[in-house]
Design a protein around this ligand. Sequence first.
Ligand SMILES: Cc1cc2nc3c(=O)[nH]c(=O)nc-3n(C[C@H](O)[C@H](O)[C@H](O)COP(=O)(O)O)c2cc1C
Length: 235
Amino acid sequence: MEPRPGAAFADLNKEAAKDAFMEVVDLRRSVRAYTPTKVSEEDLEMILESARWAPSGENAQPWKFIVVRDEKNKEFLSMISKRGSGRRFTGEFLSKQMQKRFETLQDEEKRRRAFAKLTSGEVSAFVSQSDVIVIITGRKEVWDLPFDTSAAIEHILLAVTAAGLGACWLVAPCIDIRDEIKLNEYFGIPEDYKTISIISIGEPAGRYPNARPRNKLSDIVYSEKYGDAYYKEEE
Ligand SMILES: Cc1cc2nc3c(=O)[nH]c(=O)nc-3n(C[C@H](O)[C@H](O)[C@H](O)COP(=O)(O)O)c2cc1C
């Protein structure tokens, strides 16, 4: 895919493009259950191509992407993701952040089960189910590495959705530096690279996830100074 020349951009059907774009944005979810169906090479290439065209500070393009399809390697990523999530959520439980997050959940038994699932790390162990896992790693020396790779990752998530597939962005295997070192060693990632995240990609299985709640524009967009709502909430 080469960038469109300017003249072609002028021909863009804006209404159709806006509709198609917002449809993809609306449809994107973190998908955590997958069928065994293979992701085609054509779709995978389109997805990775979208990452290649992501913006980066000074156009540094500090990223490398490792496509993981081998079962043993996916199992390793699943194990290390489970461990990372377990540590993070145990930390949140011990610091009472988790209890605060779930304070509206009144049912004691449901709370207990949610805490047990989160602190076990089980929530991030699903990745081996997906047909493909992409590891996103990049040059440590690049100033904007986390921003650059995040831009590439979001391109991937949207491209996956446009291809009718599902994906989940996971930071779980790289939260803890000890896990990141193990992951880097396992996949032969050089020392001057930092692994930022992994993305599971596959055909969604079962019920497509509901959209998770989002804050309203009237709560998050300000006019000229912090706190003055740009969008007034309708009466
Ligand atoms: C930086 C980042 C890290 C994330 N890490 C994980 C993760 O380790 N495990 C996981 O299951 N989901 C992870 N997610 C997915 C979020 O939980 C999800 O995006 C959020 O709950 C909103 O749901 P949605 O993506 O379906 O809209 C991550 C998302 C982002 C942006």
